[in-house]
Design a protein around this ligand. Structure first.
Ligand SMILES: *Cc1c(COP(=O)(O)O)cnc(C)c1O
Length: 366
């Protein structure tokens, strides 16, 4: 067996201890004589798994009792529709467009009401976050929507926008559980788990209970009503049982690591190693303005497409994989999620140094 350093943006690296636990539990989960994949979601054993997962998540994030936690399917992309279907009472919401995901969420919401773009960083290829201190948010907007960490472009909010009293809705898919969060500042926050939490197939929605509508237009599908899932404890229909179990193991692992404060420290340390190198490199350049840099996704370029390609190829051969940038940015992107060890970032930077020395001439000509 040989494990690589996996810098994929998602599905992404998971803690080795969790994978080993999955392997150990695979054929016989805690004496049940079966795998979690094989058991009824209505049985006692599974009930304990999903309840414990929810409680551990509540402990980690400090989720108050007046917030519901839902384990849903359909990916973050389904939330792009589910949120406006459930929250657009006035048929209007404000969007801060800072990348592809916010743009897609905005486009989807516009099918259900007016999606007003109140700020955007599209003018500079989403390489920064707009000033969000005094936005022209319509009075009657039902909520303000952000994508808190922009997986593709590598920006991350350090302070939340001034919503002027409106409900804040945030996509936290790619910085979920990467640092402490004050849940009470949000009406709804959600994320697909495949970036920083678990295996693809689960979307976690954390939502103020009083925002869950009792009544919705007849044609809103049962499965797309938050009430359906909140009332049923995420067991209205068959949930992605095994995936939720793995998320639960990750929550326990995070608790063992010291929780989200410890994770934030670990993630800051790791990102600093890479950003410090980028800031002094003659060959590699980060693509994001310093103050908005993400701790999770770090895009960088050499300025020469052929050299970028060569770098990705040689890095892969050296066991540093999935460094190719998103097709809309090009270059490289290193995702440094919770489960990426510090050694992985050190190995990446050492490899970048070596590559830079070997290509000093290309750097001068770039
Ligand atoms: C990956 C990603 C999505 C899309 O997630 P799916 O689960 O594939 O629908 C949405 N938002 C952000 C921030 C992402 O990183």
């Amino acid at each position: 067996m040989s494990r690589v350093y996996n810098f994929s943006a998602g599905p992404a690296v998971l803690p080795e201890a969790v994978l080993k636990q999955c392997a150990a539990d695979m054929l016989d989960y805690k004496g049940s004589g079966m795998s979690v994949m094989e058991m009824s979601h209505r049985g006692k054993v599974y009930d304990a798994i999903i309840k414990e997962a929810e409680q551990d998540l509540r402990d980690l994030m400090g989720i108050p009792d007046d917030y519901a936690v839902m384990f849903l399917q359909g990916g973050a992309s389904t939330q792009f529709a589910m949120i406006p279907m459930n929250l657009m009472k006035n048929h209007k919401a404000a969007f801060i467009v800072t990348g592809q995901w916010a743009k897609k969420a905005c486009a989807e919401a516009s099918k259900y009401g007016e999606a007003v773009v109140v700020a955007s960083s599209a003018d500079k290829t989403f390489s920064y976050l707009p000033d969000c201190t005094d936005l022209p948010i319509p009075e009657d907007a039902d909520y303000v929507y952000i994508c808190e960490n922009n997986t593709i472009y590598g920006t991350e909010y350090k302070t939340l926008p001034n919503t002027k009293g409106h409900i804040l809705v945030a996509d936290i898919s790619s910085n979920f559980l990467s640092r402490p969060v004050d849940v009470t500042k949000y009406g709804l926050l959600y994320g697909g788990v495949q970036k920083n939490v678990g295996p693809a197939g689960v979307t976690i929605v954390i939502m103020r209970k009083d925002l869950i509508p009792d009544e919705l237009p007849e044609q809103v599908p049962t499965m797309l009503r938050y009430k359906t899932h909140a009332d049923a404890g995420s067991l209205y229909n068959t949930p992605p049982c095994w995936n939720i179990y793995v998320c639960g193991l990750v929550f326990k692992w995070l608790k063992e690591q010291g929780g989200l404060e410890a994770m934030a420290k670990h993630n800051e340390e790791k990102a600093k190693i890479l950003y410090d190198f980028l800031d002094q490199s003659k060959l590699f350049k980060g693509t994001v303005v310093k103050e908005d840099r993400s701790l999770m996704n770090v895009p960088f370029v050499t300025g020469n497409e052929d050299l970028d390609k060569l770098f990705v190829k040689e890095a892969e051969a050296a066991g540093l994989v999935s460094l190719k940038g998103h097709r809309s940015v090009g270059g490289m992107r290193a995702s440094l999620y919770n489960a990426m060890p510090k050694e992985g970032v050190e190995a990446l930077v050492a490899f970048m140094k070596k590559f830079e020395e070997e290509h000093a001439e290309d750097a001068n000509n770039a």
